[in-house]
Ligand binder design. Structure first.
Ligand code: AMP
Length: 186
């Protein structure tokens, strides 16, 4: 099983991806984390991608797609993956499909603690200011096309991310159960 988590920046995709990955034994692949690791290691890919990430722009598809696909093809991904932050453009979604076939931000009442469920809050450098604004604009201009793409294939399930971590996890599990039981009977 492969699970794709698509949502606006700050929606909590990473947290949910981690839980689903552990529960189902799927590899968690977060495109943003791959870029951040590449900068830390000062690889060529990291150096190419850094300026886009710092500005909150999408890293071009010709850099992003091969990086993610390479990880999906690795043996550790054989049982399936939870993709977090990818696909974000229509071309990414279409390439991923072809590849798989081939084999509300408000200050909390208590600083640093989520009002909804008491979990610890953290903010990445690109979660603020102009870069965050760019990421939201890109999400609503480009990534929403990916939603339409999967909706047409009846593969889209929508979850309200504006709830506690446990509530979002529960809603995800309900959708996954409906999906796996219908896949088993068809
Ligand atoms: P994230 O951690 O998923 O919010 O990603 C952080 C940043 O990495 C984004 O603002 C983009 O600059 C870049 N990035 C991550 N995933 C992608 C993607 N699928 N396509 C293009 N750029 C991406």
């Amino acid at each position: 099983m492969d699970i794709l988590l698509i949502g606006a920046p700050g929606a909590g995709k990473g947290t949910q991806a981690e839980k689903l990955s552990q529960l189902f034994g799927l590899r968690h692949i977060a495109s943003g984390d791959l870029f951040r690791k590449a900068f830390e290691e000062q690889t060529e890919l990291g150096l190419k991608a850094q300026r886009y990430v710092d500005l909150g722009e999408l890293v071009p598809d010709d850099i992003t797609i091969p990086m993610v696909i390479r990880h999906i093809e690795e043996p550790e991904s054989m049982n399936g993956v939870v993709l977090d932050g990818f696909p974000r453009t229509l071309v990414q979604a279409q390439t991923l499909d072809a590849e798989l076939q081939r084999f509300n931000r408000k200050p909390p009442k208590v600083d640093g603690i989520c009002d909804l469920d008491g979990s610890k809050l953290y903010q990445r450098p690109d979660d603020a200011g102009e870069a965050m604004r760019r990421r939201l604009v890109i999400y609503f201009n480009q990534t929403v096309q990916v939603l339409e793409y999967y909706s047409q294939q009846q593969k889209l399930r929508e979850i309200d991310g504006n709830q506690s971590i446990d509530q979002v996890h529960k809603a995800l599990m309900e959708e996954i159960n409906v999906y796996t039981s219908s896949a088993a009977t068809s």
